[in-house]
Design a protein around this ligand. Structure first.
Ligand SMILES: Nc1ncnc2c1ncn2[C@@H]1O[C@H](COP(=O)(O)OP(=O)(O)O)[C@@H](O)[C@H]1O
Ligand SMILES: [Mg+2]
Length: 254
């Protein structure tokens, strides 16, 4: 199983939108795919109409009392399942710290391992923060994808994340950026896309335009290519999936 994460320190940059659309593309190609919504805001849970069940608190899963597989729900799409978020996710830092005190530093990795029996791709929709959770994700994921809105502050955030990887010996090569919400009428966007900083340029994959069609995902509560496959932004997501696949050893040949 390949594990990929959509991450950024910033909120509202397109992590969830990308995770949901890429999950659809993978599943549509016949790849058994699981999307794990790790953000207590639950945007991907909501978009896939998954149910947030009572009594599915995180504590039981992190402690190993209940296997994480029990929380998996099917979506209405073939090959695509989801682990919905739960309000208890807001306590995840506290619970991870407690597990660490007990010597379990890689609990997220432990939880993921059995998922590989059924799924070929695990996609993590991450909350926007540096935290114990993100550190464990950085250690575990085969690749981490950062949506970046073209602005100087966003480029600085990319550098901060890259520095964190280097300082913690986390192999920054697994870190891939892609520009999103790109408006080519804006000079700043055009300039940044034409001349991305060197570190970003080396690991940059295709860009996603700013498009009102994306907002329709909230109206239909569905991935964009499921109801609007032909728009420019939908085609951009299809290309992004091709680029993501090329970074993953399991899918390179397909
Ligand atoms: N390419 C895009 N064009 C226009 N709006 C977008 C685009 N990508 C995301 N959005 C909108 O921006 C908001 C934040 O996106 P979201 O994916 O939820 O970000 P995050 O998960 O990083 O917080 C949402 O309302 C979403 O519909
Ligand atoms: Mg989100």
């Amino acid at each position: 199983m390949e594990t990929i994460a959509f991450f950024n320190l910033k909120g509202g940059v397109g992590k969830t939108t990308s995770a949901v659309n890429i999950a659809w593309h993978a599943a549509n190609e016949g790849i058994p795919t699981l999307l794990w919504d790790l953000d207590p805001q639950g945007a991907s849970t909501w978009l896939f109409r998954a149910k947030v069940k009572a009594g599915s608190g995180l504590k039981r899963y992190l402690s190993g009392k209940t296997p994480i597989g029990k929380r998996i729900q099917a979506t209405e799409y073939t090959n695509l399942d989801i682990i919905p978020t739960h309000f208890s996710h807001r306590h995840i830092e506290h619970l991870l710290a407690k597990q660490s005190e007990q010597g379990r530093h890689h609990i997220i990795h432990e939880l993921m391992k059995p998922l590989g029996e059924k799924y070929a791709l695990l996609i993590l929709d991450c909350p926007p923060s540096f935290s114990l959770l993100s550190e464990q994700i950085f250690e575990t994921a085969d690749a981490i994808f950062l949506p970046i809105i073209p602005s100087h502050l966003s480029l600085r955030t990319f550098e901060q994340i890259r520095d964190f990887f280097k300082e913690n010996k986390l192999k920054p090569k697994r870190l891939h950026g892609f520009f999103t919400m790109v408006d080519r009428r804006r000079t700043l966007h055009k300039t940044i896309l034409a001349h991305p900083p060197r570190h970003l340029k080396n690991n940059l994959i295709s860009a996603i335009p700013y498009a009102a069609a994306i907002e329709q995902m909230g109206v239909y509560r569905a991935p964009l290519p499921a109801f609007n496959p032909d728009s420019d932004v939908s085609l951009a997501y299809a290309q992004l999936w091709v680029d993501i696949k090329a970074t993953l050893k399991d899918f390179k040949a397909s």
